[in-house]
Design a protein around this ligand. Structure first.
Ligand code: VGL
Ligand code: ZN
Length: 207
Protein backbone atom coordinates (compact mmCIF):
# COMPACT_ATOMS: atom_id res chain seq x y z
CA UNK A 1 0.00 0.00 0.00
CA UNK A 2 1.29 3.39 -1.01
CA UNK A 3 0.26 6.43 1.04
CA UNK A 4 0.54 10.18 0.65
CA UNK A 5 0.84 12.21 3.86
CA UNK A 6 -0.03 15.90 3.53
CA UNK A 7 1.38 17.86 6.45
CA UNK A 8 -0.45 20.90 7.82
CA UNK A 9 -1.66 22.43 4.54
CA UNK A 10 -3.75 24.88 6.54
CA UNK A 11 -4.78 28.50 6.18
CA UNK A 12 -2.62 29.41 9.18
CA UNK A 13 0.57 28.41 7.36
CA UNK A 14 -0.33 30.15 4.11
CA UNK A 15 0.01 33.86 3.25
CA UNK A 16 -2.71 35.71 5.18
CA UNK A 17 -2.59 33.15 8.00
CA UNK A 18 -1.27 33.64 11.50
CA UNK A 19 2.02 31.77 10.96
CA UNK A 20 2.53 32.22 7.23
CA UNK A 21 5.18 30.13 5.48
CA UNK A 22 6.55 31.98 2.42
CA UNK A 23 4.73 30.64 -0.68
CA UNK A 24 2.90 28.16 1.54
CA UNK A 25 -0.19 28.32 -0.68
CA UNK A 26 1.88 27.20 -3.67
CA UNK A 27 1.97 23.64 -2.39
CA UNK A 28 -1.79 23.29 -2.92
CA UNK A 29 -1.80 22.81 -6.67
CA UNK A 30 1.11 20.34 -6.51
CA UNK A 31 -0.58 18.44 -3.68
CA UNK A 32 -3.80 18.27 -5.71
CA UNK A 33 -1.90 16.80 -8.67
CA UNK A 34 -0.50 14.12 -6.37
CA UNK A 35 -3.92 13.48 -4.80
CA UNK A 36 -5.64 13.17 -8.18
CA UNK A 37 -2.87 11.11 -9.81
CA UNK A 38 -4.19 7.70 -8.83
CA UNK A 39 -0.67 6.80 -7.66
CA UNK A 40 -1.72 6.54 -4.02
CA UNK A 41 -3.90 3.93 -2.35
CA UNK A 42 -4.34 6.08 0.74
CA UNK A 43 -4.30 9.85 1.36
CA UNK A 44 -3.81 11.19 4.85
CA UNK A 45 -3.59 14.80 6.04
CA UNK A 46 -2.36 16.21 9.33
CA UNK A 47 -3.87 19.27 10.95
CA UNK A 48 -2.21 21.43 13.61
CA UNK A 49 -5.06 21.80 16.12
CA UNK A 50 -4.19 23.87 19.17
CA UNK A 51 -6.45 24.91 22.03
CA UNK A 52 -6.52 28.69 22.66
CA UNK A 53 -3.66 29.67 24.96
CA UNK A 54 -1.45 26.75 23.84
CA UNK A 55 1.97 26.73 25.53
CA UNK A 56 3.79 27.13 22.19
CA UNK A 57 2.20 30.55 21.74
CA UNK A 58 4.35 33.54 22.78
CA UNK A 59 1.13 35.15 24.02
CA UNK A 60 0.91 32.47 26.72
CA UNK A 61 4.23 33.59 28.26
CA UNK A 62 4.67 37.03 29.80
CA UNK A 63 7.44 39.06 28.16
CA UNK A 64 7.87 36.67 25.21
CA UNK A 65 7.63 37.69 21.59
CA UNK A 66 6.97 35.37 18.61
CA UNK A 67 10.05 33.69 17.10
CA UNK A 68 12.07 33.99 20.33
CA UNK A 69 13.14 30.89 22.22
CA UNK A 70 11.33 30.22 25.45
CA UNK A 71 10.54 27.18 27.53
CA UNK A 72 7.54 24.89 27.72
CA UNK A 73 7.24 22.33 30.52
CA UNK A 74 10.93 22.95 31.27
CA UNK A 75 12.18 22.34 27.72
CA UNK A 76 13.39 24.81 25.06
CA UNK A 77 10.47 25.84 22.86
CA UNK A 78 10.18 28.24 19.94
CA UNK A 79 7.59 30.88 20.77
CA UNK A 80 5.09 31.00 17.92
CA UNK A 81 2.38 33.48 17.11
CA UNK A 82 -1.08 32.20 18.05
CA UNK A 83 -1.94 29.86 15.18
CA UNK A 84 -4.26 27.04 14.13
CA UNK A 85 -6.59 27.40 17.09
CA UNK A 86 -9.25 24.68 17.03
CA UNK A 87 -12.41 25.48 15.06
CA UNK A 88 -11.05 28.74 13.63
CA UNK A 89 -10.59 29.65 9.96
CA UNK A 90 -6.81 29.68 10.60
CA UNK A 91 -6.89 25.96 11.48
CA UNK A 92 -8.91 24.90 8.42
CA UNK A 93 -7.17 22.90 5.73
CA UNK A 94 -6.59 25.19 2.73
CA UNK A 95 -9.92 25.52 0.92
CA UNK A 96 -8.27 24.80 -2.45
CA UNK A 97 -7.01 21.41 -1.32
CA UNK A 98 -8.96 18.42 -2.66
CA UNK A 99 -10.00 17.26 0.80
CA UNK A 100 -12.81 15.05 -0.48
CA UNK A 101 -10.08 12.62 -1.52
CA UNK A 102 -8.48 12.59 1.94
CA UNK A 103 -9.13 9.28 3.71
CA UNK A 104 -8.06 10.30 7.20
CA UNK A 105 -7.17 13.53 9.01
CA UNK A 106 -4.78 13.30 11.95
CA UNK A 107 -5.08 16.25 14.31
CA UNK A 108 -2.19 17.11 16.63
CA UNK A 109 -0.99 19.72 19.11
CA UNK A 110 -4.01 19.55 21.43
CA UNK A 111 -2.02 19.19 24.67
CA UNK A 112 -1.30 22.76 25.88
CA UNK A 113 1.80 21.61 27.80
CA UNK A 114 3.74 20.18 24.83
CA UNK A 115 4.12 21.00 21.14
CA UNK A 116 3.70 18.40 18.43
CA UNK A 117 5.57 19.11 15.21
CA UNK A 118 5.33 15.49 14.17
CA UNK A 119 2.02 14.05 13.00
CA UNK A 120 3.02 10.84 14.83
CA UNK A 121 3.79 11.98 18.40
CA UNK A 122 4.37 14.94 20.70
CA UNK A 123 7.79 16.62 20.76
CA UNK A 124 8.66 14.87 24.05
CA UNK A 125 7.88 11.57 22.26
CA UNK A 126 5.61 10.48 25.13
CA UNK A 127 2.12 10.60 23.62
CA UNK A 128 1.37 9.03 20.24
CA UNK A 129 -1.26 10.50 17.93
CA UNK A 130 -2.32 7.13 16.55
CA UNK A 131 -1.18 7.80 12.99
CA UNK A 132 1.54 5.12 13.03
CA UNK A 133 -1.00 2.52 14.18
CA UNK A 134 -3.44 3.69 11.51
CA UNK A 135 -0.85 3.35 8.73
CA UNK A 136 0.31 -0.05 10.04
CA UNK A 137 -3.32 -1.15 10.09
CA UNK A 138 -3.57 -0.22 6.41
CA UNK A 139 -0.40 -2.21 5.63
CA UNK A 140 1.34 0.84 4.20
CA UNK A 141 4.76 0.01 2.75
CA UNK A 142 5.55 3.28 0.97
CA UNK A 143 4.95 6.76 2.36
CA UNK A 144 5.50 10.02 0.46
CA UNK A 145 5.13 13.18 2.48
CA UNK A 146 5.01 16.89 1.77
CA UNK A 147 3.43 20.12 2.99
CA UNK A 148 4.20 22.78 5.59
CA UNK A 149 6.59 23.55 7.06
CA UNK A 150 9.61 21.62 5.71
CA UNK A 151 11.89 22.69 8.58
CA UNK A 152 9.39 21.84 11.33
CA UNK A 153 6.39 19.59 10.95
CA UNK A 154 7.40 17.92 7.68
CA UNK A 155 10.90 17.09 8.94
CA UNK A 156 9.76 15.79 12.32
CA UNK A 157 7.02 13.71 10.71
CA UNK A 158 9.44 12.20 8.18
CA UNK A 159 11.96 11.24 10.85
CA UNK A 160 9.27 9.72 13.06
CA UNK A 161 7.84 7.80 10.09
CA UNK A 162 11.22 6.13 9.54
CA UNK A 163 11.58 5.35 13.25
CA UNK A 164 8.03 4.24 13.95
CA UNK A 165 7.24 2.40 10.72
CA UNK A 166 10.17 0.02 10.20
CA UNK A 167 10.36 -1.34 6.68
CA UNK A 168 8.35 1.51 5.18
CA UNK A 169 10.08 3.53 2.44
CA UNK A 170 9.68 7.23 3.26
CA UNK A 171 10.22 9.98 0.68
CA UNK A 172 9.98 13.78 0.93
CA UNK A 173 8.42 15.64 -2.01
CA UNK A 174 10.35 18.88 -2.15
CA UNK A 175 8.33 20.94 -4.64
CA UNK A 176 5.11 20.12 -2.74
CA UNK A 177 6.60 21.61 0.43
CA UNK A 178 7.74 25.00 1.71
CA UNK A 179 9.67 26.01 4.82
CA UNK A 180 9.87 28.86 7.29
CA UNK A 181 13.62 29.57 7.13
CA UNK A 182 15.81 28.83 4.04
CA UNK A 183 18.81 27.68 6.12
CA UNK A 184 16.47 25.54 8.19
CA UNK A 185 15.06 23.96 5.03
CA UNK A 186 18.53 23.07 3.77
CA UNK A 187 19.44 21.51 7.12
CA UNK A 188 16.11 19.68 7.29
CA UNK A 189 16.59 18.09 3.86
CA UNK A 190 20.07 16.93 4.90
CA UNK A 191 18.80 15.61 8.24
CA UNK A 192 16.04 13.68 6.48
CA UNK A 193 18.54 12.29 3.94
CA UNK A 194 20.82 11.03 6.72
CA UNK A 195 17.82 9.24 8.26
CA UNK A 196 17.00 7.53 4.97
CA UNK A 197 14.36 9.91 3.59
CA UNK A 198 15.11 10.72 -0.06
CA UNK A 199 14.10 14.12 -1.42
CA UNK A 200 12.20 13.77 -4.68
CA UNK A 201 10.14 16.04 -6.94
CA UNK A 202 6.46 15.60 -7.69
CA UNK A 203 7.60 14.68 -11.22
CA UNK A 204 9.35 11.60 -9.75
CA UNK A 205 6.35 10.78 -7.57
CA UNK A 206 4.04 10.94 -10.59
CA UNK A 207 6.35 8.99 -12.95
C1 VGL B 1 4.31 24.10 12.52
C2 VGL B 1 5.31 25.62 13.90
C3 VGL B 1 4.30 25.48 14.83
C4 VGL B 1 4.33 23.36 11.22
C5 VGL B 1 3.28 23.94 13.43
O1 VGL B 1 3.27 22.91 10.75
O2 VGL B 1 5.43 23.23 10.64
N1 VGL B 1 5.31 24.93 12.77
N2 VGL B 1 3.29 24.64 14.58
ZN1 ZN C 1 1.61 24.62 15.89
Amino acid sequence: MKALLLIDIQNGFCPGGNLPVPEGDQVVQVANKLIDSGKYDLIVASQDWHPAGHGSFASAHSGKKPFEMGTLSGKPQMMWPDHCVQNTEDARLHPGLHIDAVDFIQQKGQNPAVDSYSAFRDNDQAALTGLAAYLRGKSVTELDLCGLATDYCVKFSAIDAVEMLPGVTVRFIEDASRGIDPAGVKAAIEEMRVRGVAAIDSRDALA
